[in-house]
Design a protein around this ligand. Structure first.
Ligand SMILES: [Zn+2]
Length: 142
């Protein structure tokens, strides 16, 4: 891929982000539940559970907050806002992809005073040990 095409793609993605409407983080799930009355059908028939209700869940200051909703204009509004947030995230990821590809293509300044990166090959040949540490903690995946 050529650099001009990548720069064009990046500009398009930035333009897409600029057009982002009201957005929210979090997600909406459908919920059914029992009312707790012993005489209600829902007590022993799971098909008679009440609902659907909708739970809008999001993290606020590290804590999960849930807003219970019924179908209606408020639910529709939050659905649109959550969807806009999801699109924003996706576009951000694509922007990072394009930007990182551009970074790889950029020449290194000839008279830069910063030390140059040593390739893995060269490091192996010299038998030097490498030591690396991530700048930010990352959770290991199972
Ligand atoms: Zn019930």
């Amino acid at each position: 891929m050529n650099v001009e095409k990548m720069e064009f793609d990046r500009a398009a993605l930035l333009e897409e982000l600029r057009g982002t409407d009201d957005m929210r983080r979090g997600s909406i799930t459908e919920v059914y539940r029992r009312c707790g009355k012993e005489t209600c059908r829902c007590a022993d028939d799971s098909d008679a559970w009440h609902g659907p209700y909708y739970a809008y869940t999001r993290k606020v200051g590290g804590k999960t907050k849930t807003l219970q909703l019924r179908a209606g204009p408020l639910l529709s509004k939050i659905e649109r806002e959550v969807e806009a947030g999801r699109r924003f995230r996706t576009t951000c990821d694509r922007l990072f992809d394009v930007s990182e590809a551009l970074c790889e293509h950029r020449p290194v300044e000839a008279n830069a005073e910063t030390p140059q990166a040593v390739s893995e090959e060269a490091a192996k040949k010299r038998g030097s040990k490498t030591f690396s540490r991530k700048k930010s903690p990352s959770r290991s995946k199972r």
